[in-house]
Structures are given as C-alpha cells and as structure tokens.
Write a protein that binds this ligand. Structure first.
Ligand code: SAM
Length: 279
C-alpha cells in the first residue's frame, strides 16, 4: 500500500508555533523532503529528532519529485517541509501534491503557520471574501498587467512581498488603485518586532520613503468600493429609454435594457416611453 505525503507547516518566526501534531508527524514519517535541508535540520535539532532528509526545492522539482513519488508508491511516508509556513503556498509543493493526487497517493495537510492567513486575520480589513495574489512578477509589464486586472476587484487582496521591492510595489499599487485605498502592512508576523501598520497607499508610500523597509511583509489591500446604485425616478428611466430609441433600438429592447440596468419595471418603462414618445 502507498504511503502518505504529509504537508507539514513550520513556524514563520516563532518556534512556539510547532504544534504537537507537527512534532508527532515529523517524528513518525520515514523521511523528510525539505526545501532547504540546513534550515529544516535546525528545527529537527531543536526538537531532538533525527530523520533522513532529501531536498525538494524550486529548481529540482523535476528530478526530485518523481523520486519522492516512487518512494511514496513503494509504501514510505514523507513529510514535506519548506523554509517557513505552509508548503505549497507560494512555496515548493504544489506540483508534488498534484502528482500524488494523480497517482492516487494520499496527501494529508497538517494545519499550522501560514503568513497570509495570519496577516488577513489581523489586518482590520474585511475577511469574509478575499483573494490571495502571491508575489507580483519582477517584470514591470507583467506587474502592471496583474495590478490592472485587479482594479475592479471588490474582495480584500493579499500579496507577499520582499522588503527590497516594497517601495516600488507600493508606488505601483498607488498608481493602480489610488492613494486613498486602505492597506495593512503586516510585518515580521509572530516575531519580536511584529507590526501591523494600518494606513492608506498614500500613507504607506510616505512612510517607507523615509524609512527603508526591513523584515518580511504581507500586504493586505482593501477591495474596490461598491459602486453607488444610481437612484433614478421613473421619469428619468423613461427618458433613458427614449434616448436609446433615438440611437436605433426598438422600444421593447430599450425598455428591457434600462429595466435591467435600474431594476425598474420593463412594462412601466415601455408604457411610459410609448406614451411620451407619442406626445
Ligand atoms: N509558505 C509560506 C506561508 O505559508 O506563508 C510563504 C512562503 S513565501 C516564499 C515567503 C513570503 O511569505 C515572504 O516574502 C513574506 O511575504 C511572507 N512571510 C513569511 N513569513 C512572514 C512573517 N513572519 N511576517 C510577514 N510575512 C511573512
């Protein structure tokens, strides 16, 4: 019978976040696949555990993935760990999980530290609906296209960003979303100097122009405001039907379109516009 691939989260800054289930899983698996074996070794040493390790990182997934899969199919169990946080979230692992799913190997994700959820929860922005956008592309054109695509996004948006790119990213965001848009910059989560800076894009640009950003950041950006519903009177609705009629639409189609746009009754619009059109 095939073994199980465990996705084992590791602390994003605080060793106290190693849960009993994380420790038990690391202790019980046959081997560990680590993004950086030196970093994972420090955690194993901290826990007093010894375990065989193989490396699985962004640039060896093609060679290492099939070897790990073969061992799983052979009945061994494996814990996948990355440098910090939950594997497969902006970290190596997504491909291995897909390969396991295709090969019928069970995947068991252990809940635990994840920067995006920690940031969202403390952001003070709406959490009911959100979208995770990961890292923006390095390439200027692709970044601009990504941000443009998000201009109408109503849900709260979450981004990962490296400190040396933060200022440029905040400027690009201000261009795309305007300086008034609220943003929470969640820095050094779960660490000694954790900080949640709740401000606007103008405020964020201004602060980091004066003080170079240090540490790890998650950016939580407010979604676009709801467009205000236009409150039209029936008379104004009828005028809009007649304007469309003048542009060549049939009275019936014009009434249907304005009814769909305003929520008014199609029949009332049609009757009113026909009456007015005659007069
Ligand atoms: N898989 C990880 C997770 O579950 O969050 C994310 C890995 S991704 C390669 C690294 C990014 O996560 C960093 O660039 C930063 O944006 C964010 N991050 C990780 N740890 C953080 C922390 N303690 N505080 C703020 N952001 C953090």
């Amino acid at each position: 019978m095939a073994g199980i691939l465990y996705l084992v989260p590791t602390p994003i800054g605080n060793l106290g976040d190693l849960s009993q289930r994380i420790i038990d899983t690391l202790n019980e698996v046959d081997f560990i696949a680590a993004e950086d074996t030196r970093i994972s070794l420090k955690i194993l040493n901290h826990l007093g555990l010894k375990k065989p390790m193989v490396s699985y990182y962004r640039h060896n997934t093609e060679s290492s993935g099939p070897q790990i899969l073969a061992r799983l199919l052979g009945g061994e169990s494996c814990a996948l760990v990355t440098d910090a946080g939950t594997p497969a979230i902006s970290d190596p692992g997504e491909e291995l999980v897909a390969q396991c799913a295709e090969a019928g190997v069970q995947v068991c994700a252990i809940p635990g530290p994840c920067a995006l959820i920690t940031a969202l929860a403390s952001s003070g922005l709406p959490t009911g609906r959100f979208t995770f956008e990961g890292f923006l592309a390095m390439n200027k054109k692709n970044r601009a296209a990504h941000l443009k695509e998000l201009q109408g996004e109503r849900r709260t948006m979450i981004f990962y960003e490296a400190p040396h790119k933060l200022c440029a990213t905040l400027e690009d965001m201000r261009k795309a979303f305007g300086g008034e848009r609220r943003i929470s910059l969640c820095r050094e989560l779960s660490k000694l100097h954790e900080e949640i800076f709740r401000t606007t894009l103008d405020g964020a640009v201004e602060r980091y122009a004066q003080q170079p950003p240090k540490g790890e950041f998650v950016l939580v950006l407010e979604g676009a405001p709801e467009e205000e519903e236009e409150e039209l009177t029936l008379e104004e609705g009828i005028c809009r039907v007649l304007e469309l009629r003048e542009k060549g639409l049939s009275m019936k189609d014009a009434a249907r379109q304005i009814a769909a746009e305003t929520g008014m009754s199609k029949n009332e619009l049609y009757a009113g516009a026909t009456q007015k059109g005659k007069g």
